[in-house]
Design a protein around this ligand. Structure first.
Ligand SMILES: [Zn+2]
Ligand SMILES: [Zn+2]
Length: 339
């Protein structure tokens, strides 16, 4: 039996070919028929410019849902027919960092579909510890967004979002919007900014208390009006040094700053600004065991997932899906590839 496999063969080019189905190797392995896969900003970035740690050809895709079609002998938690999502974070499991329970920051951490082949194919094999059952009321399309929401869950846990917190999120891209939704669910009040009105409209629908187009309005003034004296939590959801630097100025005394960017350019902050306000600065990378919480939120219908799905394409049109996602960057939130 053959399956369809979509491989990035060169920058800007995804080719749909055929190949054999992956095989179950370990007793705890599970064969999953892929149903829906989200295109992440990471996938778009690799498609457009490649990445040093991504060897081509590469099957991308790490935001996926599917159905269990075969289980290894040692599998106990899932069975054939179960509908599942994949936690794409894979680590060594042996180092002191992993043993302390922080696999997402293991020196050998890999993301499914980035440093290893991923989900843009009919079938994948993964261990049962990486797969989570989704409830009947959650569609495969919705479930493909469990991974971005796991990132939001991780960020909000790291900055300690709670009831009454005044939070500022810079950037209304997918990560900004999912973080906003989780923060609202946890009881925070949120101001979110962007330079695109279409994204701010989506943010309003996601429950933002205040939206600011920072191209048209003074963001610092808007933050001061929203949170006099500064915000409890500030997150640069764009992840670039200048905005990270800006986020420090928006924090209240004892405020928490979330850092999620991969920008290698330095941020220049006088230490005194941190000392005087006793700021807490936390990083957040991918997710660390957040899927159990996310699938529960999905089951309990606590989030507006459908709002985030902008485009859908069958896998045959994956090249077009990437091109149209890039062409519509100003208003596109999440594009899904369907199988
Ligand atoms: Zn992603
Ligand atoms: Zn490790």
């Amino acid at each position: 039996m053959k399956m369809r496999i979509a491989k990035l063969t060169a920058v800007g080019k995804i080719e749909l070919g055929e190949g054999p189905l992956p095989k179950i190797k370990k007793e705890t392995d599970i064969l999953v028929k892929v149903k829906a896969v989200g295109i992440c900003g990471t996938d778009v970035h690799i498609f457009q410019s490649g990445r040093a740690d991504v060897k081509l050809p590469r099957v991308m895709g790490h935001e996926l849902s599917g159905i269990v079609t075969e289980t290894g002998k040692g599998v106990t938690k899932l069975k054939k027919g179960d509908r599942v999502v994949l936690d794409p974070v894979f680590a060594c499991g042996k180092c002191p960092v992993c043993k302390k329970g922080h696999k997402n920051v293991c020196a050998d951490v890999k993301c499914f579909g980035v440093q290893m082949d991923g989900g843009f194919q009919d079938y994948i094999v993964a261990g049962e510890d990486s797969l989570y059952k989704i409830a009947k009321n959650v569609s495969f399309e919705q479930a493909a967004l469990a991974e971005p929401f796991s990132i939001a869950a991780n960020i909000n846990a790291r900055v300690g979002t709670g009831p009454g917190d005044l939070m500022v999120i810079i950037g209304s891209g997918t990560i900004g919007l999912v973080t906003l939704q989780v923060a609202k669910m946890l009881g925070a009040k949120v101001l979110i900014s962007d330079v695109e009105d279409a994204k701010l409209e989506a943010a309003k629908k996601c429950g933002a208390d205040k939206t600011v187009n920072s191209k048209e309005k003074d963001l610092a003034k808007a933050v001061e009006a929203f949170a006099p004296g500064g915000a409890d939590i500030v997150l640069d959801a764009v992840g670039v040094s200048p905005l990270t630097e800006l986020s420090f100025s928006f924090a209240a005394p004892t405020g928490r700053i979330g850092i999620i960017g991969f920008d290698a350019k330095p941020v220049s902050i006088p230490p005194v600004n941190i000392t005087k306000k006793e700021l807490t600065i936390v990083g957040s990378r991918m997710n660390n065991h957040r899927f159990p919480a996310v699938v529960k939120w999905f089951k309990e219908d606590k989030l507006n997932i459908d709002l985030l799905i902008s485009r859908r394409y069958p896998v045959e049109e994956i090249q077009k899906a990437f091109e149209e996602t890039i062409a519509n960057v100003k208003n596109n939130i999440k594009t899904l590839i369907l199988f």
